[in-house]
Write a protein that binds this ligand. Structure first.
Ligand code: FAD
Length: 394
């Protein structure tokens, strides 16, 4: 193993750094997360800038319009983006991190040509229609029905917690094509255009007060059979590919962002005097060590994904450890802000935490609660680790 960066990797880093330094000042401020239309415009503009400069789909194969970068270049890319405080995937996360990679692995040549370049250019935003009111952790129990009628599926049912449905062009949708009790043997993975007749979107408010996700009601929506990824009733296998990306490599950017967050908290602790307490220094040091361990695990997961094309089941270990660590780090931020964390309004009175406003710290903490639920709860990840990695009985 050679732990040094090669000359070409260093050149890649220098070129990217220079590009970021020239382009980031041209990007306006990020719109509020209370305005998702403006947020979509901001995120897709950034995606287009990446695309035009040849940085979109850094790890996607060149046939899919990506850059086909090596795992090391991929990590360098994410590191530099985070260091420069560049925007990350934003509303494009399903397209770029789950649906796109699934189509790369499982789509037909026609589907790749049709969907992938538009995701990379920032033209299309995707959402994920997996969860239903009675099928979250028990995803194989989903009931949204698709009946085949010639060259179309007629889809009826409902979905819930569909992130960014309001601003999405396509939905990666799981439907039941098998019998009522067919469970994972009767599921199909479809690409549903969000503009089709019969789709009703009802926004839901999160704990932060934004309408980040929605309920979807589907009433005889006609989805072309050509939009099916994988075979009919083989959607569970395709879903496992999607989830391996969602729980595995999709979190890499967030991990790097958390490493930056802890750095911010360290300087905040120095300013507030909390750093003088050995217990605070110990906690920050411990969090740093845990993040280092997760960074090492990430490198392993990314290089495994590059070798096999799909991340392994180890993504569940990462997702579990990272989401719980993120909650503990977010809690430290609240303690550092002190009594001002009791209200969003009071926060502006405090001296800001470097690049983070104090309201961002409260926001990070409130948001952290969802981390152990989204992309599969901690309990479900523990079941997966126990049964599928450690081989323990159910
Ligand atoms: C911020 C956020 C964004 C999301 N975005 C999307 C999205 O874009 N698209 C989408 O499809 N879904 C999305 N989800 C939904 C998410 O996937 C589900 O919330 C999650 O899978 C849990 O399902 P549930 O909410 O139905 O809870 P339930 O499955 O009802 O679980 C309730 C509780 O029971 C526990 N539990 C359930 N089964 C077991 C078991 N077998 N063993 C032990 N404990 C168990 C769970 O851990 C949990 O604590 C999002 C969720 C959040 C929080």
């Amino acid at each position: 193993m050679d732990l040094r960066f090669s000359e070409s990797e260093e050149a890649f880093r220098a070129e990217l750094k220079a590009w970021l330094a020239s382009v980031l000042p041209t990007l306006g401020p990020k719109p509020s997360h209370f305005d998702w239309r403006a947020r979509r415009a901001y995120d897709t503009t950034w995606q287009r800038l990446l695309f035009d400069a040849g940085y979109a789909g850094i790890d996607w194969p060149t046939e899919g319009g990506g850059r086909g970068a090596s795992p090391v270049e991929q990590l360098v890319y994410l590191e530099e983006l985070e260091r420069a405080h560049a925007p990350y995937v934003g509303v494009n996360f399903v397209g770029l991190l789950h649906a796109g990679p699934t189509i790369v692995a499982e789509g037909t040549a026609e589907q790749k040509a049709r969907f992938l370049p538009a995701i990379l250019r920032g033209d299309d935003v995707w959402c994920q229609g997996f969860s239903e009111p009675d099928a979250g952790s028990d995803l194989a129990g989903l009931r949204t029905r698709a009946l085949r009628d010639g060259e179309e599926y007629v889809v009826s049912g409902s979905k819930v917690w569909t992130s960014h449905a309001e601003v999405a062009d396509y939905c990666e949708l799981l439907v039941r094509t098998g019998g009522e009790d067919s469970r994972h043997k009767g599921i199909t993975w479809l690409v549903m255009p969000m503009g089709l007749p019969g789709i009703e979107i009802r926004p839901l408010k999160t704990i932060v007060g934004t309408t980040e996700f929605a309920e979807l009601f589907l009433d005889d929506v006609r989805v072309p059979v050509a939009n099916r990824v994988g075979e009919e009733n083989d959607g569970w296998r395709v879903t496992m590919v999607t989830l391996s990306f969602e729980r595995g490599t999709a979190f890499v950017g967030e991990l790097l962002q958390t490493i930056e967050l802890l750095r911010e908290f360290r300087s905040l602790a120095r300013r507030t005097g909390a750093w003088d307490e050995a217990a605070t220094r110990g906690r920050i040091g411990h969090f740093g060590a845990e993040l280092d361990a997760l960074w090492a695990l990430t490198k392993r997961n990314v290089s495994q994904a590059a070798r096999t094309g799909v991340p392994g089941i180890g993504g569940s270990v990462f997702k579990l450890a990272f989401s719980e660590l993120r909650q503990r780090i977010a809690e430290l931020g609240m303690e550092l802000v002190g009594r001002a964390c009791l209200s969003w309004d009071e926060l502006s009175a405090l001296d800001g935490a470097g690049i983070l406003g104090n309201a961002d710290i409260v926001d990070t903490w409130v948001n952290s609660f969802s981390r152990t639920i989204a992309a599969g709860t901690s309990q479900i990840q523990r079941n997966i680790v126990a049964e599928r990695i450690l081989g323990l009985p159910k």
